[in-house]
Design a binder for this molecule. Structure first.
Ligand SMILES: [Zn+2]
Length: 331
């Protein structure tokens, strides 16, 4: 009997030594709900066919909860916009900022800033971006890399070289921004995978970059194509932006997520089922490898191997998508 106890103690000690210690980073999201919003769109007369008020009304009437209008090189926050705030809708100030690095124009959004960030000229794209991003952060704002593949101006190597910006546009509704890449350039999702695999913490935004509101056509930059839903306790600019900046959101071109649960070893995603579509959820790990593909709803993934992060992409029958941000693994 004595030796039996001894053996079982040994077995339990061995089991403890081999027990997996890898865990998903969990985020405390108790009491948080989803707030849908857009972080990049336009309303400047001459550049668009709308006004700030009409553009904001377009979003408000369709159930968007917050909006940042990001005209070029000017902060958009006039009374016509702020006066539309109520318990259902939050206007947030912002700007699309140009930075010029080595003669190349690149653009970022500055979200929740009050003062226009001047055009920065630098000897390289990363140098100019770093300075512009610092100027956004100095105001307590949140920066986003805008349409990196537009005219192939902002490559993954540039993004890898810059600190302090964790958001980029994976999908933009503006035609011609090359979301999918081409035969010579990686698409934004592929670029994201390579940066994540290299250890960069980067979260993917979907946005509209809308300019044309009155005439709807696939080849025009119309609103309603890309948005984010941020987890927060209340509709407050500081909380929404802070949670966006730490990846507490998903991006979408039409798929709606009902619930996202992350525990130490499991991710579970519940898609809102409108009853007329089927979904495929893909869990994706380093190097863009699809770890699991399932039509289950909820879809679940259990941490099982050497993954350093796991993200997810949901696609419906119409090709609409949602992207869940990477959940990183601590070992
Ligand atoms: Zn823009």
């Amino acid at each position: 009997m004595k030796s039996l106890i001894r053996i079982s103690l040994l077995i339990s000690a061995a089991f403890t030594a081999c027990a997996p210690t890898a865990r998903f980073e969990e985020t405390e999201a108790t009491g948080m709900i989803w707030f849908k919003g857009v972080t990049h769109t336009h309303a400047r007369p001459g550049e668009t066919d709308t006004t700030v008020q009409a553009a904001a009304m377009w979003y408000k009437e369709r159930g968007y909860r917050f909006l940042v209008i990001t005209d070029h090189d000017t902060v958009v926050f006039p009374a016509a916009f702020t006066e539309m705030e109520d318990s259902s809708f939050l206007p947030i100030p912002g700007e699309e900022i140009t930075a010029i690095g080595g003669g190349i124009d690149v653009e970022i959004s500055g979200l929740n800033i009050r003062k226009s960030v001047p055009r920065v000229t630098g000897e390289s794209v990363p140098a100019a971006l770093s300075r512009s991003i610092a100027l956004v952060r100095e105001q307590g704002g949140v920066p986003v890399y805008n349409h990196p593949n537009y005219q192939w101006r902002l490559g993954a190597m540039d993004i890898a070289a810059v600190e302090d910006c964790r958001l980029f546009e994976l999908f933009v509704g503006f035609p011609g921004v090359n979301n999918e890449g081409d035969s010579l350039h990686p698409g934004m999702e592929q670029a994201w995978d390579s940066l994540l695999t290299a250890g960069k913490r980067l979260y993917a935004v979907a946005s509209d970059d809308a300019h044309v509101y009155r005439r709807l056509s696939a080849d025009l930059p119309n609103p309603g194509r890309g948005w984010v839903a941020v987890l927060a306790r209340r509709l407050d600019a500081a909380e929404i932006l802070s949670n966006l900046d730490r990846g507490l959101f998903y991006s979408s071109t039409g798929v709606v997520i009902e619930r996202l649960r992350v525990s130490s070893r499991r991710i579970e995603i519940t898609v809102r089922d409108a009853g007329d579509s089927r979904f495929v959820t893909e869990f994706i790990g380093p190097a863009g490898r699809v770890l699991k593909r399932t039509a289950d709803n909820p879809a679940a993934y259990t941490l099982s191997g050497p993954e350093t992060y796991v993200r997810a992409r949901i696609t419906d029958e119409q090709g609409r998508r949602a992207w869940i941000q990477p959940v990183f693994v601590n070992r």
